[in-house]
Design a protein around this ligand. Sequence first.
Ligand code: ATP
Ligand code: MG
Length: 229
Amino acid sequence: MSGLSVAIRRKAFSGAGVLGEIVFTLAPGERAALIGPSGVGKSTLLSLIAGFGGEFDGRVGRPPGRVAMVFQTPRLLPWRTLAENVALPPGSGGMDRARALLAEMGLADAADLHPERVSLGMQRRAALARALAVEPSLLILDEPLVSLDPEGAAAMRRLLVAVLDRTGATALISTHDRREALALADRVLELGGRPARLTGDRPSPLDRKARRDPEAVEAAHRRLFAEGG
Ligand SMILES: Nc1ncnc2c1ncn2[C@@H]1O[C@H](COP(=O)(O)OP(=O)(O)OP(=O)(O)O)[C@@H](O)[C@H]1O
Ligand SMILES: [Mg+2]
């Protein structure tokens, strides 16, 4: 049994091919980063895998259980508080569990605020709490660390790793930052070209403990991506 099996042949918007042949599987509990330049098709691929992407040629085999996706923009309902947003998905366990999850994300004091009253980083954490509320077996995260300041990104990364350690979910996480990929994932998938296909599939040289060390991440980045960037 696999955690996720992806066999996409083609995805087009208005006849223009965006994704070409993309085939890979993730083992249960495996964490993969999806890297590639802006506009290459990362969000498109993640949405297809999550089941939100509309029509495409190919197939996606998802693991038993729930699938949750955290979108690139947090997509919280503006007229509901953070706790109400987290309690919204069917099967999320209601307001008490929403508050507990928000507290785990460092948002205990913000639970009753509306999204517009909190920072982007806090909205991101609330969106992550909402995804976790359904206890997904597959967690899809679209650029969870983008446009956060370095401290906010580091805190969010630690939180993400802790959540993945605790839940054991299979995870697919897009980023355009290769260092983030190495700090988060067991495996780094790279998208390139148009229509996009997999141009790289590398196991991380760092085990889960080693990748908590920023210097180890930096050294691995130099070894793997010698051309810089
Ligand atoms: N709904 C849509 N209709 C038409 N074209 C789309 C749609 N969604 C995405 N595209 C196009 O598909 C391509 C891939 O977009 P996508 O958002 O998947 O890239 P990305 O790798 O996630 O980029 P970024 O790193 O900036 O988030 C782009 O050329 C984009 O304009
Ligand atoms: Mg994107």
